[in-house]
Design a protein around this ligand. Structure first.
Ligand code: DX5
Ligand code: ZN
Length: 205
């Protein structure tokens, strides 16, 4: 159930192929891309941009498999999410730390995943914001109450120190940039994170 999504924003771009491979060998199963890149693993493209509609067809064409857009950046969120789906990509909606889960009530039945930002977007290696945890639990609760099946993703400050609490709160797709690519071996880093996540998931039940 748990998947680790190493975020290449924090990778050494001069050795990107090698680093992404190592993170995959360590158990990363989807690569989180804040702009664009290439691998055999599916590409999880987090569009932190205004007017994403303008770029969605090109991202899909370029090989994106999952595309997420910010609730805060979309004037017609329903239309944008349907545009993503019309390109046969999984559609995700993202909320910043200051945006409540309630802002998503009308789109939860059409999204494939919800990404809860646990830092303010912009760059890697920021400090995890604990007040975002309750939004993951709330999303899990709403999902079972309404019989929906979106997945819950978390992005920002996920590390060995925070992974257990995000998993216990309900996150299933864990974006990790600095914790995978920051220092040391991305393979071992990914393995260690996944191990800690799996242990936390087992404790949950
Ligand atoms: C933040 C990006 C993240 C970033 C996460 O704006 O959306 O995907 O790469 O990096 P870490 O895991 O280092 O917080
Ligand atoms: Zn991201």
């Amino acid at each position: 159930m748990i998947e680790l999504a190493p975020s290449i924003l924090s990778a050494d771009f001069a050795r990107l192929g090698e680093q992404v491979r190592a993170a995959g060998e360590g158990g990363g199963s989807v690569i989180h891309v804040d702009i664009m890149d290439a691998t055999k693993l599916p590409l999880d493209c987090h569009l932190m941009i205004e007017n994403p509609d303008q770029y969605i067809p090109e991202f899909a064409e370029a090989g994106a498999n999952w595309i997420s857009v910010h609730q805060e950046a979309c004037r017609h969120l329903n239309r944008t999410l349907n545009l993503i789906k019309s390109h046969y990509c999984l559609a995700g909606v993202v909320i910043n730390p200051a945006t409540p889960v309630d802002a998503l009530s009308e789109v939860l039945d059409i999204v494939d995943y919800v990404l809860v930002m646990s830092v303010n977007p912009g760059f890697g290696a920021q400090k995890f914001i604990p007040s975002t945890l309750h939004k993951m639990s709330r999303l899990a609760e709403i999902r079972s109450q309404r019989g929906l099946n979106y997945r819950i993703e978390v992005d920002g400050g996920v590390s060995l120190d925070t992974v257990a609490e995000v998993v216990r709160a309900g996150a299933e797709i864990l974006v990790a940039g600095n914790a995978v690519f920051g220092k040391g071996d991305p393979k071992k880093n990914a393995q260690d994170l996944l191990r800690a996540a799996t242990e936390a998931a087992l404790q949950k039940v």
